[in-house]
Design a protein around this ligand. Structure first.
Ligand SMILES: O=C[C@H](O)[C@H](O)[C@H](O)COP(=O)(O)O
Length: 234
């Protein structure tokens, strides 16, 4: 019988745990795959694995506390050894789309503060070009409409069109841990990923976007035929 998605996520998480050593300072990701990692990490801690972690969301923090995973903050521990996190898409060069769970800002800050980032996913997340998954963009609530127009204009300069939608409803938008709104941009394939990321960064109301470029060093992808690893530099 084919392994279900939860089993594959757990297999990827288990393989990532093999990269964790006692003494490490970890970044701990957000989402259903990262949660499988937290559960396995907690079991390791219970057996004597001596690590401390910075959670990338309040959701992850709550799970870590529930499972007694030792936590620190990025202010107390600003340099991390390894971040393990999921992704919505894994593209060439291990460029990623993240933010499906709304945690992209803290995830990116934590990944950038880490010497290495391992991305864990089931193999369905692997794509040839990023963009099938709507791109999450975290936006300040002030001037939201103006920022959405600017995002649309930026897309058009790259030949990208498609719906740009506020996550949640206009009356009750989804709010991130930082109190910002997420807009999901259904642009489709984004070939010039790095240049487009720079373009989004140049929009004042954009707090952060879900294109993670040059951050992941290793992808661990679980599929029906087992684990596949992709090195960023391979
Ligand atoms: O904001 C959420 C994160 O970027 C997640 O890591 C991403 O959405 C993948 O989540 P999942 O493992 O649940 O597919």
């Amino acid at each position: 019988m084919a392994a279900d998605a939860k089993t594959l996520k757990k297999e990827a998480a288990r393989a990532a745990l093999g990269h964790v050593e006692s003494g490490m300072k970890l970044g701990i990701g957000t989402g259903s795959t990262a949660e499988e990692f937290v559960r396995l990490l907690a079991a390791g801690v219970a057996e004597g694995l001596d690590v401390v972690g910075v959670p990338t969301s309040e959701r992850t923090e709550a799970l870590c506390r529930e499972l007694s995973v030792p936590l620190t903050t990025l202010d107390e521990t600003p340099e991390l050894d390894l971040t393990v996190d999921g992704a919505d898409e894994v593209g060439p060069g291990l460029a990623l789309i993240k933010g499906g769970g709304g945690a992209l800002l803290r995830e990116k800050i934590v990944a950038a503060a880490s010497e290495r980032m391992i991305v864990i996913a089931d193999e369905s997340k692997l794509v040839e070009t990023l963009g099938r998954f709507p791109l999450p963009i975290e936006v300040n609530t002030f001037g939201l409409r103006a920022t959405m127009l600017a995002i649309g204009a930026a897309g058009r300069r790259f030949g990208l069109t498609g719906e740009i939608a506020i996550r949640g409803t206009e009356a009750r938008p989804f709010l991130t841990d930082g109190g910002h709104v997420i807009v999901d941009a259904s642009f489709g394939r984004i070939p010039a990923t790095r240049a487009f990321a720079d373009e989004l960064n140049a929009i004042p109301g954009v707090v952060e976007h879900g294109l993670f470029i040059g951050l992941a060093s290793l992808a661990i992808l679980a599929g029906k035929n087992g684990i596949r690893t992709i090195d960023a530099h391979s």
